[in-house]
Ligand binder design. Structure first.
Ligand code: G3I
Length: 481
C-alpha cells in the first residue's frame, strides 16, 4: 500500500504563456462557457484512435492533470488537446492557492487552466475544497468552530466563482487513515461531522456540479481504508447527505499495485448510487497489464464515468522516477497507451444516461404528395437548422458555438453545417464536429457520436478562432443526408 503521498516540489517552473494551437492568447477571466456536453455513447461505432475517442464510445471521459506551468509547454499541450477531454488542476484550485488570505480569493492560476481546457473542448474536474494538506496558512491559526466556519466560507467562495462551470468537485480529499478510521487533522478536530457539513455547504453553493469524495488506497475491496470510506458513503446515502461520486486516486506507485478485486470495489461503491471515477491514475513503470486491468475494471462498471492520469508524460509525474504515465519524456506513447486504448474500445458497458437511444427512425405514414410550400429556413435538403452565438472573446480571438437542430419529424443520421468566417478570422480548434477548411467558407460535419438527431433534438459544436469577434460568422446553413 502507498504511504500518504508526500509533498512534492519537483515540477519544473516554466515561463507561463498561454498557447492555443500555436497561437498565443491572453485570457483574463473564466470563459462564459458552460460545461461541455458529455459524448453520446455508441459501442457499435468504429474504435477510437485516441484516449478520449476510445473513452467516449462508452460515454466515458479520459482526463489528465496539469499544473499551470504546463500552459507554456507546447509538447504537453499538443498531447492534452489530442488525447484528453477532462482536465484537473494539479495544485491551482486547492485551498492554499484559491484563498491565501482570509476572504481574499485568487483564481488567476485556476482560471488559466480552466480556460485553456474549455477552449479545447474539455470538461474540468475541481480539485479540491477541503483537505488536511495545502491549506491556507491562516487555517493553521484557527480551530474548532472558527476553523469550521473558515472551511464553509472557503467552499462558498470558491464554488461561487466556478458555479455552473465544472463537471465534478472533489469536495473532501483524503480524510481517512490507513486503518479505516478518520485521519487526524485540524479539520477532523472540528468534529466528526465536518465532512458532511462540507458536502451540504457544497450542494447549496452549486447544485449543478457533482460532489465527490476523493482518496488513495481505497482500490482494494478488502483493505480497511476502503471499507471505512465505503461505510461513510453508505451512511451519507442513508441519511440524505448530498454526495454524488467517489474518486479513487488509483496511484499504483510507491509500492502499490492493481488489486485483483478492483472491479468489485468500483461496483460496490456504485451500488450505493454514486458515480465512481479513477482520478489520479499512475502505475510503476507503466505496466501495460496493470493499465489494461484498471481500465477494464472501470469500463465493466456502468457508473465508472472516467479515468484521469496524474500528468501526461513521465516528466510531468509527481513520481517521475517510476516512469508511471502513458507517454515518455519525448512525448511518445508507451505500450501502456495502446493497452488503455484497446481496453476502452472493448468496453461492454455504457455510462447511464450517455446512451439514450435516438427515437426510432420514423417516416411519415402518409408522405406529403406535394413539397411543403415553406421550406426550412436553412438546411435544404434535410430538415436541420444551425444557429450561431459567440460564447466568449478576448483580444485577438473568440469562442463560438453552433447549435444544430433537427426541425423535421424524422431522425437525422448526420448533418453538415456550412458557414463563412469573416476576413481575418481563422479556426484554432473545433470540437464535437469535424471541419474542412479553417478560414473563409468552412464546413463542419457531425462527429461519430452526435450525428443522430431525433425529431426536435439538437446538439452543439464549438470552436476557438483567431481574429476579431465583432463580425459573426455568416452564411450559416445546415444540410443532412
Ligand atoms: O510552488 C512552490 C515553489 O515556489 C517552491 O519553490 C517549491 C519548493 O519546494 O515548492 C513549490 O510548491 C510545490 C507544489 O507542489 C508545486 O510544485 C509544493 O512544495 C509541493 O508540496 C506541491 O506538491 C503537490 C502535492 O500534491 C502536495 O500535496 C504536487 O505538485 C501534486 O501533484 C500533489 O497532488 C496530490 C493530489 O492533490 C492528491 N493526491 C495525491 C497527489 C500526489 O501527491
Amino acid at each position: 500500500m502507498n504511504e500518504a503521498p508526500a509533498p512534492q516540489g519537483r515540477h519544473t517552473r516554466g515561463r507561463v504563456r498561454l498557447v492555443a494551437g500555436g497561437a498565443i492568447t491572453v485570457v483574463t477571466a473564466v470563459a462564459s462557457v458552460v460545461v461541455a456536453t458529455l459524448a453520446h455513447a455508441d459501442l457499435s461505432g468504429p474504435p477510437g484512435t485516441t484516449l478520449k475517442a476510445a473513452a467516449e464510445r462508452s460515454g466515458r471521459y479520459f482526463g489528465a492533470a496539469m499544473g499551470g506551468d504546463r500552459l507554456g509547454d507546447s509538447g504537453f499541450l499538443t498531447i492534452a488537446n489530442r488525447e484528453f477531454d477532462m482536465m484537473t488542476a494539479v495544485n491551482e484550485m486547492k485551498p492554499d492557492a484559491t484563498e491565501p488570505n482570509r476572504g481574499q480569493f485568487t483564481f488567476g492560476a485556476g482560471d488559466a487552466i480552466y480556460n485553456w481546457a474549455v477552449q479545447h473542448g474539455m470538461r474540468v474536474r475541481g480539485h479540491t475544497l477541503a483537505w488536511h494538506a495545502q491549506q491556507p496558512r491562516f487555517w493553521g491559526s484557527l480551530s474548532g468552530s472558527a476553523l469550521r466556519q473558515a472551511m464553509i466560507d472557503h467552499i462558498n467562495g470558491v464554488m461561487a466563482h466556478y458555479k455552473g462551470k465544472l463537471a465534478y468537485w472533489d469536495v473532501v480529499n483524503e480524510a481517512f487513515a490507513e486503518n479505516g478510521s478518520r485521519r487526524s487533522s485540524n479539520l477532523q478536530s472540528t468534529g466528526n461531522d465536518w465532512i458532511e457539513v462540507a458536502f451540504r455547504a457544497a450542494r447549496a453553493a452549486d447544485p449543478s456540479v457533482k460532489l465527490c469524495y476523493n482518496d488513495y488506497n481505497i482500490e482494494n475491496w478488502s483493505y480497511a481504508k476502503t471499507q471505512g470510506v465505503y461505510n461513510m458513503i453508505r451512511d451519507f446515502k442513508s441519511r440524505g447527505v448530498p454526495i454524488d461520486c467517489v474518486g479513487l486516486q488509483t496511484h499504483f506507485t510507491g509500492g502499490s499495485s492493481l488489486p485483483s478485486n478492483f472491479q468489485t470495489t468500483l461496483s460496490s461503491f456504485a451500488a450505493l448510487d454514486v458515480d465512481v471515477a479513477l482520478t489520479e491514475a499512475d502505475v510503476t513503470n507503466a505496466s501495460p497489464a496493470q493499465y489494461q486491468g484498471l481500465t477494464q475494471a472501470c469500463t465493466s462498471v456502468p457508473r465508472c464515468v472516467g479515468i484521469t492520469t496524474w500528468g501526461i508524460r513521465d516528466s510531468d509525474s509527481w513520481r517521475g522516477s517510476e516512469n508511471p504515465l502513458l507517454f515518455d519524456r519525448n512525448s511518445n506513447a508507451k505500450p501502456a497507451y495502446s493497452a488503455v486504448v484497446n481496453a476502452l474500445n472493448a468496453a461492454t458497458t455504457t455510462v447511464p444516461g450517455s446512451s439514450t437511444p435516438p427515437s426510432s427512425p420514423s417516416t411519415p405514414s402518409t408522405p406529403p404528395s406535394t413539397p411543403p410550400s415553406t421550406p426550412p429556413v436553412t438546411g435544404q435538403p434535410g430538415a436541420c437548422t444551425a444557429t450561431y452565438r459567440t460564447t466568449g472573446s478576448w483580444g485577438g480571438g473568440f469562442q463560438g458555438e453552433v447549435t444544430v437542430t433537427n426541425n423535421g419529424s424524422a431522425t437525422l443520421t448526420g448533418w453538415t453545417v456550412n458557414l463563412t468566417l469573416a476576413s481575418g478570422q481563422s479556426l484554432v480548434n473545433l470540437w464535437n464536429g469535424i471541419n474542412s477548411g479553417g478560414s473563409g467558407a468552412i464546413s463542419v460535419r457531425n462527429a461519430a457520436y452526435n450525428g443522430s438527431l431525433g425529431a426536435g433534438a439538437s446538439t452543439t459544436f464549438g470552436f476557438v478562432a483567431n481574429g476579431s469577434s465583432s463580425t459573426a460568422p455568416g452564411d450559416i446553413s445546415c444540410t443532412s443526408p
